[in-house]
Design a protein around this ligand. Structure first.
Ligand code: SAM
Ligand code: SF4
Length: 317
């Protein structure tokens, strides 16, 4: 049975209980909206070790965090990923998930099945090889699809994230609707965000939630699905059974309901994806972590910050 825990509430009344835990900033993909042209990754010695990650997560869970999502960079590039997940497995979490580009997931899934990490978000920006390579720099669309289908088959809770960009994959909205209905997998369209690389030519490439909704309506009638207040997406079911979410970070920001904090791979606890500011938790004891956690919460903005220069892979998306 789960024990009751401390409830973290910020000065705006938001219940802060979710943590995005970045395991590294490096990645095997080069998504055009995320990675700088010439990325400089953290030196390995600066990354939190598996023991440090588990210990920090243990304190943060003890202090009120109850959901953790592993991210990066690409979390599957950590050779100790399963060790980290097994450590987090022992915590009193209501949800443990992972966000991945999927290339290396298939081989991890059988072991992952024996853990509580059941919520897998796959990034999949295009359903065709040429489009996929153009957006991600990777030729491995088939491996990603294989991982997605295998995860679904094994009973994981699978979602797909597709960042829409004009002139790249915006013609594929209907293909994704078809994919979602056909395979019974939730597809979430992400508005491009003004982060790092993506700020350049943002205006030309941006596809808004309203444009997406228009396209959904042309496909079929749409029925809203009710979701928790701090959900990042709003979702609809369509006549073919598709479950389509939209994450409208730019045009309909969800800051007033935000419940998240972020811990970077080098231990900086950040209040918001759009802020470079934060506090290092490295080497801190429980009391110090508690103090820094509350200081970080007090920095959480209530309104959307316009943009941020730091690339998404460093913040931990
Ligand atoms: N490598 C993993 C992946 O791609 O799923 C996890 C890290 S990635 C930074 C997390 C999410 O951030 C992905 O779904 C990615 O599409 C999204 N993302 C990155 N840069 C973005 C941007 N500028 N605008 C919107 N979403 C972005
Ligand atoms: Fe890598 Fe994910 Fe960024 Fe793509 S979005 S470059 S897969 S970290």
């Amino acid at each position: 049975m789960k024990q009751s825990r401390t409830k973290l509430v910020d000065q705006h009344g938001r219940h802060i209980h979710k943590l995005r835990l970045a395991l590294l900033d490096a990645c095997n993909f080069r998504c055009i909206y995320c990675m700088p042209d010439d990325p400089k990754f953290m030196h390995k010695k600066n990354l939190l070790s598996s023991q440090e990650l588990i210990s920090l997560a243990t304190h943060l869970v003890d202090l009120g965090i109850d959901e953790i999502r592993l991210t990066g960079g690409e979390p599957t590039l950590r050779s100790d990923l399963l060790e980290i997940i097994r450590g987090l497995d022992k915590l009193n979490l209501s949800k443990l998930g992972l966000t991945t580009n999927g290339q290396h997931m298939a081989k991890l899934l059988p072991e992952l099945k024996n853990t509580t990490c059941k919520h897998l978000n796959f990034s999949l920006d295009s359903l065709n090889k040429v489009g996929f390579q153009k957006m991600t720099g990777s030729p491995h669309l088939e491996k990603v699809l294989e991982s997605i289908f295998m995860a679904k088959e094994l009973g994981f809770n699978v979602k797909i994230n597709a960042v829409l960009m004009k002139g790249f994959n915006d013609k594929e909205i209907e293909d994704f609707i078809d994919f979602s209905g056909r395979y019974d997998i939730e597809v979430r369209f992400l508005e491009l965000m003004r982060i790092g690389e993506a700020r350049e030519s943002f205006e030309k490439k941006f596809v808004s939630a309203d444009e997406i909704i228009e396209r959904l309506k042309k496909f079929s009638s749409i029925t809203p699905i009710s979701l928790p207040i701090d959900s990042t997406s709003f979702n609809f079911t369509l006549s073919n059974g598709a479950n389509i979410g939209i994450i409208a970070s730019e045009s309909k920001p969800f800051c007033t309901g935000c419940s998240r904090l972020r811990l970077s791979a080098d231990a900086i606890l950040r209040p918001c994806l759009m802020m470079n500011e934060g506090y290092s938790l490295r080497g801190k004891d429980r009391n110090e972590i508690s103090d820094l956690l509350h200081k970080t919460m007090s920095l959480k903005p209530i309104e959307r910050i316009y943009d941020v220069s730091q690339p998404m892979n460093q913040i931990g998306g």
